[in-house]
Each structure stands twice: as C-alpha cells, then as structure tokens.
Design a protein around this ligand. Structure first.
Ligand code: NAP
Length: 520
C-alpha cells in the first residue's frame, strides 16, 4: 500500500495543511519519505463534527456488531503483511521480531475485546425490581448498566507503534465501549500510523460503522493535540508518554468549561526489592535476570526496572560488575528520547557510582546500558534520583537495615509495578513491605520481572500518580473499557424501551445482579 501522508477524517482523507513533516529513521538519522501533512484546525473540527454524529449511531451498535468491527480491524492489520513490519522497523529502530510480537499483541487485544463484547456481561447490569406493594413506601424499578461516554481522543505512544498507538489498547477499549475515536498520531511513526489508520478506516466501512467513528490526524507539535483535548466534542482522553506531556494534557482537560477525564499513563521507575535470604541464595541469578529486564527493548518499556533495593550485599554487585559490560544497548526510538537518556544518566552519575556500562551498536540514536549504584543515605538526600530515565539504565540502592528498606518503600511515589524477590521466610518477615507497596502500585510481582505486560482480564497497568493521572483504572486488558463508559440508571422503564442488557427476559443471556444476586 502506497503511503499518502494525508490525514484520515472519517471515510475521507485530507491534506489541507501547508506544513509537511517526516519520520526519522533512528538508525541512520535519515528523513523517511513521504511527506505527511500536519493537520489543520479545520480538519480537526470536521473530524470532531463527524465523530459527534457517528456517536449517535455507534453507541447503539450491539456487542456483536462492535465485535465484528474489532475483528475486521485485526484482519486488516494482518493483511498489511510485511509492508507494516518494514515501515515499523524503519521508523522505530526496533527489530523485526519485536514488530511481529507487537502486531500479534495488537490483533490479540482486538480479538480479546471482541470476545468480551460477544459475552456481554462487562456492562455490569444491575436490576432492583420494583416493589409496588412495599410498605411503608413502594420501591421503584431501577436498572443500571455502563453506557459509552462519547468521542475519545487518543495519543499514539512512541514506544509501542502498534499496541499503544492507532489501533492499540486505548482505541480498542474506546471502540469496545461504544465511543468514536480521534487519534493524534505520534510523529515518530507517521507511516506505521497511516498504514494502521487505513486498516481501521477500511474495517469501519466494511462492517457498516458510521462515517466518523474513526479519524487520525498528524502533527509534530502540540497544536492539534492541545486542540483535541480542548475540543467540546471530545469527552475523554487516552495517553501514554512523558509525565510532562501527560500532566499538560490533564491540566488542559480539567480547565475546560466542561472538564473531562484524562487517562494518562506516564513515568514509572518500577522498584525492585531483593530480600536478604534470597539474595544470599540466588543473588547472582537474580542479578542476571535484572540486567536482562533493564536492557530489554533498549529499556524503552514503561515497566522497565529503574531502581533496585537490597541490603548489605556483595555477590549481587560483583555479578553486575562482571556481566554489565556484556549487555547490549541499541538504537533508541527518537533523537529526543536518546538526548533525554544521555542527559538523565549523566545527571545521575554525579550522585552515584557507575557499576557497569554495556555496549552500544552503531546507529544514529544508539546508546549503551548504564548501571549505577549508591547507598541509602545518598538516595534519600537526592530526590532527582527518583525520576524516570527512559532507557536501559537502573540504579541499585544499598540499605543497611530492614527499617531503611521499609522507609524507602514508604517514601516512594506511585508506580506501575513493584517487584519483590524473597524466600517464603523473607516474604513472611517483610510482609509489611508488601502492604506498603500495595498502596503504591497497580501491579505487585513476586520473584519475577516487571517487563512483559500480559493482556488479559485481570491485568492492571496503572497506578497512583505520577504513574498515571487516575489510579482507578488500567490501560492494558479488558478492565480498560470502563475508562470510556459511565453508569446510567433507568427508573420505571417499560420493558420494550430498556436496552437489551436490562430487559426482563435477559435476551442476551448475560450475567446480571438481580436484587443483589448474580444470575443469568
Ligand atoms: P511525550 O513527549 O509525552 O509525547 C507523547 C505525545 O503527546 C506526542 O504525540 C506529543 O506530541 C504529545 N504531547 C506531549 N506534550 C504535549 C503537550 N504539552 N501538548 C500537546 N501534546 C503533547 O512522549 P514521547 O515523545 O513518547 O517521549 C518522550 C519521553 O516520554 C521519553 O523520553 C520518556 O521519558 C517518556 N515516555 C514514557 C513512557 C511510559 O510508558 N512511561 C512511554 C513513552 C515515553 P509531539 O511529539 O508532537 O510533541
């Protein structure tokens, strides 16, 4: 498929803008053809107008119709074949294996949502049947369920050109909820975005979805993104990226005449704790798995373990010193991300000791892994060390006592994950640590690695601020759907006027809470 560089507005495409932008190949620094046209405010307005109209049709589509749409998107993405994989690797510097894996994850999550929609119980239907004869007052008939919010704005993420971008988790969960989507494509992967955007557009037309259910706009500045957040037609935002960007969009959204929710997934340093007994037993093995987790995907994962706490160690640090020089860095996603990585590691080096520097391959944005070490006193004294450095770096902090470990945990801000390595005895002795960490993160891991986020029904990829702007949700897995819905009660409705999910004879055969009891 030929790339056009045109913005997708419903079933049409436009290039009214006069400013052209290009993706950069991070391995070579070359600008990649073709030119893409920065969207205009008129194009955004048209996308928003179409999306508002589309919402009135799309919100009434059944779970089966929406499931067909999502499955068709998955099929169209697969039909793109090698063209998509080639453009992905050119624009991201990530290897082809990662492109294949991420495509699998993207189509997998579309299909998982299709299953959820066909099963149907996700709407959380609750029925309190009327009791006209109740004394002293009759009870009204009340029925509630989740209904879609309206038009959702989605920002593509730099580090997942497929799974967190145009047809990624935010878009999929918004479509599943019954919401039209306007995507602001990430400027790092314009071609990948156009290919996937065209696949979504084709799937929408093929499955009878309304014009405007999907639009996608290009920009490499903040004008279109900010205007999207402030647009009166938009009712919620999904975002993955930096704390600075996410917070700016959140502030803009809550300052609107009609404030709207922003689900921003931002920085996280994903603390790892290695407890004393397991450190003595398996310190060297844990050191090596930690090194692999830090350097996986050039460290460009939001669950990258940026800090590791341990107590009175020798073997672990020795092992890192021995093996870190053999770790591989790689090409980073963008020159900006590389520069931020170099700035961040140079800044941290001022307050820490370098334990190991890995290898950097050839490449315009290539960097090397950097593993740092410090003591608990220096960690406590230097708050900058707690900031995320996106990339293959991590800081090992050595404490002297259990008390110091607990205080360090207590002082942590919100993160996506926390990992604890411990024997049965360690975990019993440090149960207070688990209790503290549960209040700091969205996912607690025992004896594992934080990288590798399973897409499923029980996954929570979220956490208290600053990991996200709303700790009550997740951006991965099927629970993400309720970010884009709100509950509505229907009181004393005639059966025929109720949504099928709430009708007396349960035509969809879903699980519902009837008078406080779950039944089909
Ligand atoms: P970013 O700078 O936050 O940008 C993400 C998207 O939001 C881009 O489309 C960007 O547009 C837009 N944006 C940012 N600030 C905005 C503002 N004030 N108004 C309107 N739009 C705005 O993230 P990035 O480009 O992916 O990478 C930069 C840094 O983000 C990385 O170095 C890393 O620290 C962090 N990051 C974290 C994660 C994570 O999962 N925790 C993931 C990716 C990146 P423009 O690009 O056009 O400015």
């Amino acid at each position: 498929m030929q790339l056009t560089g045109r913005n997708i507005v419903g079933f049409e495409t436009f290039s009214e803008g006069t400013v052209a932008i290009q993706s950069i190949n991070p391995a070579t620094g070359e600008a990649l053809a073709p030119l893409f046209f920065k969207a205009t405010i008129d194009e955004l307005d048209l996308a928003a107008e179409k999306a508002e109209k589309a919402f009135q049709i799309y919100r009434k589509k059944s779970g089966f119709e929406k499931a067909n749409f999502l499955e068709k998107i998955a099929e169209e993405i697969e039909n793109l074949g090698d063209v998509l994989l080639e453009r992905y690797t050119l624009e991201s510097g990530l290897p082809q294996g990662r492109a294949i894996g991420e495509r699998g994850r993207t189509v997998g999550q579309l299909r998982l949502y299709a299953q959820l929609l066909r099963e149907g119980s996700w709407v959380n239907a609750r029925i309190d049947p009327g009791m006209p004869d109740r004394q002293p007052l009759p009870r009204v008939d009340l029925r509630s369920m989740e209904r879609p919010l309206g038009v959702v704005g989605v920002f593509g993420a730099s580090n997942f050109p497929l799974a967190f971008s145009v047809a990624g988790g935010d878009t999929t969960s918004a479509f599943a909820a019954g919401c039209p989507v306007i995507v602001k494509a990430h400027p790092a992967h314009l071609g990948t975005s156009e290919l996937v955007g065209k696949a979504v557009q084709k799937a929408a037309e093929a499955t009878g979805m309304p014009d405007g259910v999907f639009s996608m706009l290009f920009d490499d500045g903040h004008e279109i993104g900010m205007a999207l957040v402030k647009h009166p037609a938009v009712k919620a935002i999904g975002f993955t990226g930096s704390l600075k960007g996410g917070k700016a969009l959140y502030d803009a959204a809550v300052s609107r005449p009609e404030p709207i929710p922003v689900y921003a997934e931002m920085g996280s340093i994903n603390p790892v704790f290695v407890l004393p007994k397991i450190l003595a037993e398996k310190g060297r093995a844990i050191a090596n798995s930690y090194l692999s987790s830090v350097t996986l995907g050039v460290g460009q994962f939001c669950t990258n373990p940026g800090i590791l706490f341990l107590q009175n160690d020798k073997d672990f640090i020795d092992e890192i010193e021995k093996n870190a020089p053999d770790t591989q860095g790689g090409v980073m996603l963008t020159p900006g991300i590389r520069d931020a990585y170099i700035r961040g590691t140079e800044h941290s080096k001022q307050y820490t000791k370098v334990v190991g520097i890995g290898k950097a391959p050839e490449g315009y944005t290539a960097v090397e892994p950097v593993i740092l070490h410090t003591d608990i006193e220096s960690w406590n004294a230097q708050p900058d060390l707690a900031e995320e450095i996106f990339g293959p770096t991590s800081l090992i902090v050595e404490a002297n006592t259990k008390e110091e470990i607990l205080i360090a945990a207590q002082n942590l801000t919100g993160h996506l994950t926390a990992t604890v390595h411990g024997t049965q005895e360690d975990l019993e002795e440090y149960s207070e640590l688990l209790d503290i960490l549960e209040q700091k993160v969205g996912r607690l891991i025992i004896n594992g690695l934080p990288t590798g986020v399973e897409v499923g029904h029980a996954m929570i990829h979220g956490g208290p601020y600053p990991a996200t702007t709303d700790s009550r949700s997740t951006s991965v897995g099927t629970r993400a759907i309720t970010r884009f819905t709100r509950p509505v009660s229907f009181q004393d409705f005639p059966d025929a006027l109720l949504p099928d999910e709430l009708k007396n004879d349960n035509p969809l055969s879903i699980w519902r809470m009837v008078d406080g009891e779950l039944k089909k």
